[in-house]
Design a protein around this ligand. Structure first.
Ligand code: ADP
Length: 278
């Protein structure tokens, strides 16, 4: 892609991944086989779950297992259908068309993963309809092309239902086109295994971090916008593994990331102190 395309497309955060060996993924239930069945039946998948509970890791893992490239788009409130489909650009020779990430996946095969889909503008969900039922087509108005999806194309969307404003939910007409997988935080034993594998810390320290997460998640003080996900535990564990003192690591990687309210951060810090008291 030339500089002009890079500049014009930079307002979307897209990552394209063709992984050879699957990144570690600890399954909760039967989501791996369900996803494979959905893929083989050309059914799109919707993943619901809190931030940092493994949705993106799961998609990366499944893509590598199935030998597919992933086109990941982090959706935001300015993301339009054109950002996903593509647009005409101009260079010295005239205008030319550049496929967006969705069109690339539809044309060449692969998983198009739209992370936090409910954040995107409403016109984006409408273009997904013809792709997510048995037509599996992407009409590209600007070029007049009606693109039939590659047999290895799969659409995956995700969102965090707890965090979304009611008005930002998915419309039933969109939701009912998908196979839905609901994710939650893993059991304490499984979460400790994840933290240990992802960071290399000891089993005991991983357990302590999970105990902390549970205390923070259960805390009656629900002024928190979001409860801590596994990602925050992994970040703290990595700091600890690099030599950071555990309470300091938890403050930097967990409590400070949960709120900007000084009083609330202090209350969370007290929970850290209680869990790591020796
Ligand atoms: P989400 O997309 O739900 O916000 P991620 O998939 O990015 O969350 O997960 C955040 C991090 O937590 C991952 O990078 C990984 O280190 C860890 N993680 C969470 N769940 C799992 C899991 N089931 N197996 C392996 N790693 C996990």
């Amino acid at each position: 892609m030339n500089d002009v395309s890079n500049t014009i497309l930079k307002n979307i955060s897209t990552t394209t991944n063709a992984l050879t060996s699957p990144p570690a993924y600890f399954a909760n239930e039967n989501e791996v086989s369900l996803f494979e069945q959905a893929y083989h039946n050309h059914l799109p998948v919707l993943i619901k779950g809190p931030t940092g509970c493994g949705k993106t890791r799961f998609v990366e893992h499944m893509a590598a297992r199935l030998g597919l490239t992933t086109y990941t788009v982090s959706c935001h409130d300015d993301l339009s259908a054109a950002d996903l489909i593509g647009r005409h650009l101009i260079n010295h020779a005239g205008t030319y068309w550049v496929d967006g990430p969705l069109t690339q996946a539809v044309r060449h095969g692969g998983i198009c993963y739209l992370d936090e889909i409910v954040e995107a503008r409403k016109d984006t969900t409408v273009i997904l309809h013809a792709l997510s039922d048995n037509r599996r087509i992407l009409p590209i108005d600007r070029t007049g092309e009606i693109l039939a999806a590659h047999p290895q194309f799969m659409l995956v969307i995700s969102y965090n239902p707890g965090y979304q404003h009611l008005l930002k939910g998915l419309k039933p007409s969109t939701r009912q086109r998908f196979v839905a997988l609901t994710f939650n935080f893993p059991s304490p034993a499984r979460e400790a295994e994840i933290v240990q594998t992802e960071s290399g810390i000891s089993a005991d320290m991983a357990k302590q971090l999970v105990t902390l997460a549970q205390a923070l998640r259960n805390t009656a003080n629900h002024d928190l916008e979001e409860i801590p996900g596994t990602r925050l535990l992994v970040n703290a564990a990595r700091l600890i593994q690099s030599g950071c003192e555990p309470r300091r690591a938890c403050q930097a990687a967990i409590t400070e990331c949960l709120s900007d309210e000084p009083e609330l951060v202090d209350a969370l810090a007290n929970i850290v102190t209680a869990v790591f008291a020796d």
